[in-house]
Design a protein around this ligand. Sequence first.
Ligand SMILES: [Zn+2]
Ligand SMILES: [Zn+2]
Length: 750
Amino acid sequence: MDIDTLLASLQNSEAREIIHIKKETGHPPNFSCSIESLNLHSHLVTALKKIGIKNLYNFQERAIKAILKGKNVGILVGTGSGKTEAFLIPILEYALTHPNQTVALLMYPTKALAQDQMDRLEALTRDLKVEFERYDGDTSQEKREQILTNPPAILITNPDMLNFHLFDDRLKDIISTVKFIVLDEIHQYVGVFGAHVHYVLNRVKRFLKDKRKCQFIAASATIGNPRKFLETFFGAKFSIITSSYSWGGNRLHIMIRPKHSLYSEAIYLVEGLKEKDPSVKSLIFTDSHLSAELVKKVADARNLTIGIHRGGLISSYRKEMENDFKSGRLTTLVATPTLELGIDIGDVNNIILIKIPATFSTYLQRIGRSGRKGQDSTAFLLIGDDPISNFYANSPQKFYQSKPEPLYIDPTNPEIIRSQFIAMAVDQPISPLELMNINPQEQAIAQQLLEENYLAHWDQLYLVPTKKGKDLFRTVSLRGTGEVVQILEEKNKLGDRALPMAIRELYPNAIYMHGGIDYQVISLDLEQCNAQVTKILERTNFYTRALYQSDVMNFKPTESRHIYGLDVFHGEGAIHTNVHGFLKINFFTGELIDKEKLDIAIDYQFPTKVLYFKTILNPSWTLIEKAGATHAVEHVLISAAVTLTGADAAEIGGISYPDGSIFIYDGIYGGSGITDLLQDRIDETFRRALKILKLCKCNRDDGCPRCTYSPYCGNNNESLSKELAIQSLSQILAGKKVMADFKPLGAPLV
Ligand SMILES: [Zn+2]
Ligand SMILES: [Zn+2]
C-alpha cells in the first residue's frame, strides 16, 4: 500500500481522527570543502578517501577547524549527518602526530553505542597506525590487563567504568596524556546521571598532566540551551557548532487520535502497512515498560509477530531482538527509550509513537531512526486523552514547530556530592590544596563525611576513605541516587527499580509485567530492598495503579522569584509517601475494575528539591471547593511543566493543600534539577496551564482526562474542580497578590 492509499483509508475510518498531516522534504546540504583543503596528515587523507569520505559538510569543516585550534567544541546536528567524523578526524590527526600515548577518551552512555563506535573506528583506521580499544563492563579481565599495560591511542569507555576504576594507577597514567575527552550523545547526561558524570569528569581532570591543554568535545542532536548546559556540565567555555539542514529523506508526519486504545491503534497501523508489503519495517516507541508489554499483548492476541526491546530485559535478549530486526527476520519491534540512541538497527520505514514524548528532542530522536539512508519514511504520532495531547490536538502546528528543549542537571544535589566526594578520595587522597579550592557546600559535606566516619584524616591534612566509605563507594550507581529495589522470582533476579518510583509499582498484589509474562508482587521489603514476585499463569486483563498520600517535610527555601503577584520558592525538603491501596484497571478499555486496600500500608521518605507557592483562592469558597481548585491547579501545572521542561511526568510530583499551598517536587532521590528549571519558566507554565484547562470542551465540573486528570494521581482523580482552577489561574495571571506563609493547612491531595 502506498502512503496515499493508506492515508485515504485512515481518513475514511471512523475509528480515528486524523488531526494533522505535515510533509517534510529532506534537504541534505552541499559539501563545503574537500578533505585535501584541510592540510591533514597524508595517511589520514588517503584512509578517508578509501572509505568514500572525499568532501566535508560546512558544519564538519567548522568543527574540525575549531578542534584543531584547541577549542572545546559542542557539535549539535541532526542524526545521520556525520558528526562522528567531525570529531574523529581531528583526533586521528593528533594521534598520527603523537604516537605511543593515549590521546583520546571517547565516552558512550551505553555499551551498545560503544560497540557501534568500535565498528566505525575499525573502518576509519584500517590503513592507519592508530590503535583503539574498548574498555567497559563487557571487556574481559584478560583484555583489561592487556589494555592497561599496553594502552591504545583511543580508549572507548563509559563514565561508569571510569567511576569504578580511577583508583587504578595504570588507568591514571593512561589518562595523564589525554588531549581529547569526547562525550557523544550528550543529551543523555541529564538529571542525576548528568550530575554524577559532571563530578566523574572533575575526578578525571585531577590526573591530567596539563589540564589547560585538554579539550572537551560533546556531540548530540540539537538541544535547547547548548552553551549554558555544556559550560555547566564541563565547567569550561565552549564553541557551539550547529546546522539547520536535515539529513533524512522525505518524511510524512501524521498526528492521529484513535477512538480506541493507543496500543491497538499501533497494531492496526502495522497490520495496514504490512498488507501491501509484508517486509515493511516498523518501530513502535512507548515510554514505559508497562506500555511496551501491553503493545506486545495486543499483537499476540491478533497473531502478529513483534519483538520487544526495553530496559530491564537482559542484554543478550535485547541484542537478539536488534539482530533479528536488522536482518529482517523480525519486521516490527516495540521499544522503550532503549532504542532511541544511535544503535544501528538498519533501515526503518515507519515510526509509530504512542503518546507525545516528553520532549520534542525525543520526538526528533525517535523519528530519526527511520529514513537514515535518505529513503522516504512516515512518522505516526498517536495521541491520547490527556491534557498534553489535548493541548497539541488543538494546535498541532505548535507541536511540529517546537524547538528542542533545554537540558538540565543539578550539580548541587547533596546526595551526589557526598558519593562523588568519597569516590574522589578513593581515587587518590584529597590534598589540602584541593580542599581549599572546593566550594562552601562541598566543604560542609566533606566535614559531614568526616564526622560520619566515611572519610578520615591521613598524615593530618589529607582526606582518605574509611572502610565504611569504601563500602559505600562500591554500591553507588551513577544512574540513580538512593536505593534500588531488586525484583526477584524466588532467588532469580528479573529486574530492578529505583526508589522512590518502586513503592508506587511494587506493593503487594501489584501486577508486574516482564517480557510478555505477568507477575504478581508477593512482598516488598524496603529494608532488604527487594520485591518478591510470582508468575501468574492465566492472562490478566488489567494493570494496577497505586493509591497514595504524600506530605512535604522540612521545606527550606533557598531561592525565590516574584512573578505576577506571587512569590515562587525553590529549596530543599523531604517527601513522605504512604501507599495504602491500588486500582485495577482494564488495559483494553481503561475502565476501573476494582479498588483494593493494602493490608499494611507502605511508608517511604526521601530528600529532594521542592518548588512552593500559594495559588489564589476565593475566601467564600467552601473547604471542598478550595481543595478541588488547588488540586486541579497542581495537576494541570505538572502537565504544562512537562511540555515546557521536557521532564518525564513520572519524575515530577505534586502535593496540594486546601489552603492553596502547592508543592511540586523532583521525584528523584536528592533532586534532578527539574523544579529548578521549572522555577525559571514558571510564568510560561502558569499561562500554558490555563490554556490547557480552557481548551478542553468537556463541560464537566471536575474536568476530564484531557484537562485536569493525571495518570499519576494518588487520589484516583477525585476532588478536582476545573472551573475553580480556571478562576484561580486567571487571578494569578491578572497579578492578584497572595502571601506565602510556609504553613500548609488541611489534608493534602496528590
Ligand atoms: Zn476536560
Ligand atoms: Zn491528584
